[in-house]
Every structure is written in structure tokens, then in C-alpha cells.
Design a binder for this molecule. Structure first.
Ligand code: ZN
Length: 157
């Protein structure tokens, strides 16, 4: 930042604090009518900035939750699959492999979501809600398909 821009920021900061009660973000000292860009109490240099008061993580967490659950389920499913194969019960049925693969796929999708969390959080709450609902709907459909497969493998209703 060059010196003029810095001086502009200082001027704006001091203008903002004129006749206004604002606590120091570190020590909570009231910075009203400050004359220097420095807290008189804790001596830290101050900066005027734009922040988000309360970021909403609800829809993001709701979108990631089924992916995390599917990943755990896919890992746990490997146990009976391995036991069956090693104990001479033969290789598990193909739909079980598909189900396990879908679980891992969902887990990978969850990782992608976490990696791009700021892109998700930057959407409007309405859009975040739609994404979360889509993630849940796809997982519910996959779960119903799994139940149907189990019924089919066990001889059908
Ligand atoms: Zn302070």
C-alpha cells in the first residue's frame, strides 16, 4: 500500500470513529473520537475494514453431513465384505460393491465441498438451502435403492 492510500485509510478510520462508540476489537476499549490509528489502551494499530457479522454454516454443515455419514458407512461396509470373502462365503454380490463405491463417491463429493466451502458460503442462503436439499435427496434416493437391492437379494417381498 502506498503512503497516500494509507493516509486515506487513516482519515476514513478516524472519520468513522467521530461521535461513534466502537470498541477496540482486541481490548474492547471505546475508540470514540480517536485521533490516531492506534488503540490508546492496548496500543495496537487499527484498520478500517468490512466484515461479515455472522457467517451461516447451517446449510453447509447439512450438505456435508450425509457425505461424511456415507463415507463412514462405506468404510464399515468393507468389514463384512472382507469377512465374507475370507471366511469362504464367496465374493459379495455386485450391488454391495456398487453400494460401497457410491459411499466412497459421496465421501469424495463431501471432500470437494469442504475444499470449495467459500464458494458454497458465498451463495445466497436460498441457494445454499437448495444445494443442501439436493445432497439429501440424492442420498435418500441412494438409500432407498440400497433397501430395494437388499430386498431383491433376499428373495423379494
Ligand atoms: Zn485496544
Amino acid at each position: 500500500m502506498d503512503e497516500t492510500a494509507h493516509q486515506d485509510d487513516v482519515t476514513r478510520l478516524l472519520e468513522f470513529l467521530r461521535d461513534r462508540d466502537v470498541p477496540c476489537p482486541l481490548c474492547r476499549y471505546n475508540l470514540r473520537d480517536l485521533t490516531q490509528p492506534q488503540c490508546p489502551e492496548c496500543r495496537h494499530e487499527l484498520l478500517l475494514t468490512v466484515g461479515v457479522t455472522k457467517p451461516q454454516f447451517l446449510w453447509f454443515l447439512l450438505a456435508v453431513a450425509p457425505c461424511a455419514f456415507a463415507g463412514i458407512a462405506a468404510a464399515l461396509l468393507l468389514i463384512p465384505m472382507t469377512v465374507q470373502t475370507l471366511s469362504g462365503g464367496g465374493i459379495p454380490e455386485a450391488p454391495i460393491f456398487v453400494l460401497d463405491a457410491l459411499g466412497w463417491l459421496s465421501f469424495l463429493g463431501g471432500l470437494v465441498l469442504v475444499r470449495h466451502r467459500f464458494a458454497f458460503l458465498g451463495q445466497t442462503p436460498e441457494r445454499q438451502r437448495v444445494y443442501a436439499a439436493a445432497v439429501w435427496a440424492s442420498h435418500l434416493l441412494a438409500f432407498l435403492a440400497f433397501l430395494a437391492t437388499i430386498l431383491f437379494l433376499s428373495g423379494g417381498p
